[in-house]
Design a protein around this ligand. Structure first.
Ligand SMILES: Cc1cc2nc3c(=O)[nH]c(=O)nc-3n(C[C@H](O)[C@H](O)[C@H](O)COP(=O)(O)OP(=O)(O)OC[C@H]3O[C@@H](n4cnc5c(N)ncnc54)[C@H](O)[C@@H]3O)c2cc1C
Length: 477
């Protein structure tokens, strides 16, 4: 990067507000995906005004800017594939105002999800989406990916809580959009447009979120089955009962084996399982709902059902479920678990069909695929275990995930239920959104005429996703 640009940036954020150290730049070239590319500078602003001044410099000089939260994204959306500026938001991390009476909180974009909930819990409220990365991911990153997690089935995704936000446009203009009211019909919902925009339309600096009360009681039930199809049928049957669980996590045998091997057998050994969480205000509600889950699981033919209120046991199950991704990397020497088709969404009733199809595709392409996820909202994770230095394994893997995406779209689903598009899902996202693409491109052009905000991602990706890999893969681009 030219020294004159670095000098201009330093004039805005000071010496401590940016870095061009090679080690820092290399680190900020990663997120939690399979991709990497080194930026030219990392800037850590403290205020919306500083973000605005940096954007004016970038706009005048046509420098790419990639906003970055905690870098926990799994599809490459925070990787600066065109270099330029990484705008790292962690210094803007304050919970600014909480109005319990009006049911809103104003929070800076760099605030970590768990830190916000620790504050809200003092008032008996919470922000429920609960992504698996809750300890690290930031509110801005969650809004930009419309993140959610295990509680989405009952409480909704991030988008459902965004009342308004402040963002900085490509040219540096500061825009406050939305309201602090529960209802708002005042025209275009720009705050909603920013949800899921993955840093391509503006830099979010502050968010107003709707508050909701935290239920006083909860309990869980671990249901084991012979097949993953039975586990899928159990989830649809619980919902059809009707019972909307607080969460319901599915794991297939590959995931169970990986976790048991890596973590000393925290889970029963079976063909598939679901961990169903119920919540509510009284013990009566909890007991009633646990009994419904128990009854449905037995009707489906569960091999064992363990309902419990024991917090330590529930924590053990939750921890086991959260460790699937890391445990998979320990499954085969020299192999890693990689995120390719990692968070598809299908209608809940189609979960059994989808998981059965995934296994058939895995067998046909001779790849190891683990299926797990927040299946009660139809959100399924498939992680592939492969040797990331072997081009042939990547190519078979990509052929398999392309078929997985096709199955999900045919079943009325989406290529991404919560992690976003980034790079890894870009080609299939364009297939899924074919009829919207010209509108999407027009919106991008209107908001970012010089194409400096996270360029080259989503609908702009061209060709194979086998490039900018973080692994040394012979023959990959
Ligand atoms: C172990 C693990 C478990 C996970 N579990 C879940 C899960 O259950 N549910 C789920 O939804 N996701 C999950 N994820 C994915 C990831 O944590 C989420 O997508 C999260 O919302 C990303 O937040 P982040 O702060 O890390 O954003 P980053 O990864 O830094 O960025 C993600 C995208 O948001 C953009 N962005 C970030 N901040 C801003 C901002 N202030 N303004 C504009 N754009 C911005 C970036 O440019 C990028 O496009 C998981 C990831 C890991 C590693």
């Amino acid at each position: 990067m030219e020294q004159r640009i670095i000098d201009q940036i330093e004039a805005v954020v000071g010496k401590e507000g940016y870095s061009v150290e090679p080690a820092v730049l290399y680190t900020y070239g990663f997120d939690a995906s399979i991709f990497h590319n080194t930026p030219d500078i990392v800037v850590q602003p403290r205020t919306t005004e500083q973000v605005s001044e940096i954007m004016k410099i970038a706009y005048a000089n046509k420098i790419p800017v990639v906003p970055r939260g905690a870098g926990t994204g799994l599809c490459g959306s925070a990787v600066p594939i065109k270099g330029g500026i990484v705008m790292a938001m962690q210094r803007m991390n304050q919970v600014k105002n909480i109005s319990v009476a009006d049911l809103w909180v104003d929070v800076e974009a760099g605030c970590v999800y768990n830190d916000l909930n620790n504050e809200l819990s003092k008032y008996g409220f919470f922000f429920p989406p609960s992504p698996g990365s809750a300890e690290a991911c930031q509110i801005g990153g969650m809004v930009a990916t419309n993140a959610s997690g295990m509680r989405a089935v009952k409480y909704g995704a991030t988008r459902d809580f965004v009342l308004g936000l402040t963002f900085v446009k490509a040219d540096g203009e500061i825009v406050r959009c939305g309201t602090r009211t529960i209802k708002d019909s005042s025209g275009y919902q720009l705050a909603r447009l920013l949800c899921g925009s993955e840093g391509t339309l503006g830099i979010i600096t502050e968010v107003t979120l709707k508050l909701t009360t935290k239920p006083k009681k909860s309990a869980s039930c671990l249901c084991c089955f012979k097949t993953v199809e039975d586990a899928g049928r159990c989830i649809s049957a619980i919902i059809a009962k009707p019972l909307i669980p607080a969460s319901c996590e599915l794991m297939d045998s590959v995931s169970i084996n990986a976790v048991n091997k890596a973590r000393g057998n925290p889970l029963p050994d079976c063909g598939a399982l679901c961990i169903v969480e119920v919540d509510g205000e009284t013990d009566e509600v909890i007991d009633r709902d646990l009994a419904i889950v128990d009854e449905v699981a037995n009707e489906i033919g569960a091999v064992s059902v363990i309902p419990t209120k024991d917090k330590a046991l529930i924590a053990q199950w939750t921890d086991a479920r959260k460790s699937v991704m890391t445990s998979l990397s320990a499954l085969k020497p020299g192999c890693s678990s990689v995120s390719l088709a990692d968070d598809m969404g299908v209608p809940v009733s189609q979960v059994p069909k989808a998981v059965t199809a995934f296994q058939e595709i895995a067998d046909r392409y001779r790849v190891t695929i683990a299926t797990y996820g927040h299946a009660s909202d139809g959100n399924l994770h498939t992680k592939m275990v492969l040797d990331p230095t072997d081009k042939d394994e990547w190519e078979r893997g990509i052929a398999a995930v392309n078929e997985i995406f096709d199955v999900c779209i045919e079943l009325g689903g989406t290529v991404t239920g919560e992690h976003g598009v980034g790079i890894s899902k870009a080609p299939n996202y364009m297939k899924e959104r074919e009829s919207e693409l010209s509108s999407i491109r027009a919106i991008k052009k209107a908001m970012d005429p010089e194409n400096i905000l996270n360029p080259g991602k989503l609908e702009q990706w061209e060709g194979t996703i086998l490039r900018n890999l973080r692994y040394p893969c012979q023959g990959c681009m």
